[in-house]
Ligand binder design. Structure first.
Ligand code: ADP
Ligand code: MG
Length: 334
């Protein structure tokens, strides 16, 4: 109860991509090495993600969509040392309140898969008069989450999405980010009913191959890889950044902090300023930056809708990263 009271309430899914991000994180947390995404109408009609992770125990299905039900946090003290942001136990609950949610899952121990449907946090029968209890069916190990009619319960929000292709572009971007970051996971993403995939990354692809598949050959040919760590400020950085020969119209910043895709306007601003002296006027960089910061230095209580993260010694850490970028850029500059 204490845990529940201390966690900030209200994970809000603003657009289909936010639901998808939560689902991708869950699959990765479940140890999946293959992740397939199918989308219809920019995710508003259908968002389906199939993974080969460890699956969900049948006994856990009845409480799966209850708020703050998480298998990732046992006590409030864990909040201090939590390695991931996937601790809130609010994503599936939130989704079940604004969409039709179906889960099909099988663990290694189970002799069959189980299908469960949810509304408003609870198991519901697939059709009126039927039982709400999970039903057995054939299926492989892993989990398939199907989100249908997102925002059906908030018609004004649903109507606010004018362009399905815009929402799809955000989804592809989110899958692409994770495909680059999760170097030991295969990804695919396609529109429902189409056989061609918008994105396909084999499980064994290298990071450069992943960057090439998502952002094109030109960027892939001009990125340099570096890592740095700093005990004083308690961080490690692993980065692939474009060199001085390359520039794009808008900064591409793929930022992960402790393996969660996040935004940081402070980092973005500093990176842009660092490149500005090396690139032709109006040119911007490609930067994929994975930061590991001691969890107790990261502020996880920033409001979830903002997706912005703050951390201790932000200025010092950002300066150390920009120093690294500067020395890489100076190498290529002739
Ligand atoms: P959280 O990720 O914060 O724990 P979620 O609402 O996202 O909360 O998920 C609730 C729980 O459902 C997770 O803790 C996990 O046990 C289980 N779960 C969700 N998605 C998957 C998945 N793809 N594979 C295995 N377990 C999952
Ligand atoms: Mg989650």
């Amino acid at each position: 109860q204490d845990v529940i009271n201390k966690i900030a309430a209200g994970e809000i899914i603003v657009a289909p991509v936010h639901a998808l991000k939560e689902l991708i994180e869950n699959s990765v947390d479940a140890g999946a090495t293959q992740l397939e995404v199918v989308v219809k109408d920019g995710g508003l009609k259908l968002l389906q993600i199939t993974d080969n992770g460890h699956g969900i125990d049948k006994d856990d299905l009845s409480l799966l969509c209850e708020r703050f039900t998480t298998s990732k946090l046992k006590a409030f003290e864990d909040l201090q040392s939590i390695e991931t942001y996937g601790f809130r136990g609010e994503a599936l609950a939130s989704i079940s309140h604004i969409a039709h949610l179906t889960v099909v899952t099988r663990t290694a121990e189970s002799s069959c898969a189980w299908r469960a449907q949810y509304a408003d946090g609870k198991l519901v029968p697939p059709k009126p008069g039927q039982s709400a209890e999970p039903k057995s069916q054939a299926g492989r190990q892993g989990t398939q989450i199907t989100v249908e009619d997102l925002f059906y319960s908030i018609p004004t929000r649903r109507r606010a999405f004018r362009s399905h292709s815009e929402e799809y572009a955000k989804i592809i971007d989110m899958v692409g980010r994770h495909a680059i970051h999760c170097a030991h996971v295969g990804f695919s993403c396609k529109k429902h009913g189409e056989s061609a995939r918008s994105l396909q990354i084999p499980v064994n692809a290298s990071t450069v191959d992943r960057i090439r598949a998502v952002h094109g050959t030109q960027i892939a040919n001009e990125v340099v890889h570096w890592t740095t760590s700093n005990e004083r400020w308690g961080f490690k950085a692993d980065a692939w950044v474009s060199n001085a020969n390359y520039s794009v119209k808008k900064t591409i910043l793929l930022l992960f902090i402790n393996h969660r895709a996040v935004e940081s306007s402070a980092i973005k601003k500093a990176i842009d300023a660092t490149y500005a002296t090396f690139l032709p006027k109006g040119g911007h960089p490609f930067v994929y930056l994975s930061l590991e910061i001691e969890p107790n230095r990261v502020d996880v209580n920033v409001h979830p809708t903002k997706r912005e993260v703050n951390f201790l010694n932000e200025d010092e850490i950002i300066e150390a990263i920009c120093d690294e970028i500067r020395s890489e850029l100076a190498k290529v500059d002739t």
